[in-house]
Design a protein around this ligand. Structure first.
Ligand code: SAM
Length: 195
């Protein structure tokens, strides 16, 4: 299983945004929506071995985590608007202490970044994507990697402090600072080439 955790530092946790304003009113949800596309879409297929966690930290209901499982995923289309709609539907769900299924392959919970890291540490090896990490071309991918990355902002000091409770590798994908979803495509391609 290949996992990604992306932190949406301002992404809304309530469904109070318009689908034609996901870059503004939804707190840069557009960045996360592009990450959904990059995690799952192949030309004529879906990556079933991928799982994506969107940690949403914007608004009064924060934090919330939307989990998207490639194995179960249905109704995902390549356009940003319909993906934003699937996420918005998940945010409409009443969430208590346990994860709730919003649609096939899409779940929502009140999990924080710290709680999520604790949960994922049981099954995954963390790989932090950072511009000053070790070059990916000299890196041996672990089994069950979980890649951690920022949205349009890097991880904060507090989030890095959470990470420091765990063992992790830190890799860079190239010499330039890239968009989060482009990082995902590059890392998946690098893994595909070595499979
Ligand atoms: C758009 S970047 C964040 C802002 C960026 N650091 C800047 O100063 O403009 C989104 C995330 O992608 C990852 N990232 C971007 N470029 C990278 C690279 N060359 N290697 C590894 N990760 C990268 C990091 O996790 C980063 O937090």
């Amino acid at each position: 299983m290949i996992r990604f955790v992306i932190i949406g530092h301002r992404a809304h946790t309530t469904a109070d945004f318009k689908l034609d304003d996901i870059a503004g009113g939804a707190g840069r949800l557009d960045v996360l929506v592009r990450c959904v596309n990059s995690a799952f879409f192949l030309s004529h297929n879906i990556r079933k071995d991928a799982e994506l966690y969107l940690v949403l930290l914007g608004g009064e209901a924060a934090p919330k985590t939307v989990r998207i499982s490639g194995r179960e995923l249905r109704y995902l289309n390549p356009d940003e608007r319909s993906t934003a709609s699937l996420i918005r539907n998940a945010l409409l769900k009443k969430v208590g202490d346990t994860e709730v299924r919003a649609s096939p392959g899409i779940y929502v919970s009140r999990m924080s970044f710290a709680g999520l890291m604790e949960e994922l540490s049981k099954t995954s090896r963390f790989v932090y994507l950072r511009e000053d990490g070790k070059d990916v071309r000299e890196f041996g991918f672990p089994e069950n990697p979980c890649f951690i990355l920022g949205d349009d902002k890097d991880l904060t000091e507090e989030e890095e402090a959470v990470m420091s409770s765990y063992d992790f590798d830190m890799i860079k994908l190239g010499p330039l600072s890239l968009h989060a979803n482009h990082c995902m495509i590059l890392v998946l391609n690098e893994m595909d080439r070595r499979a």
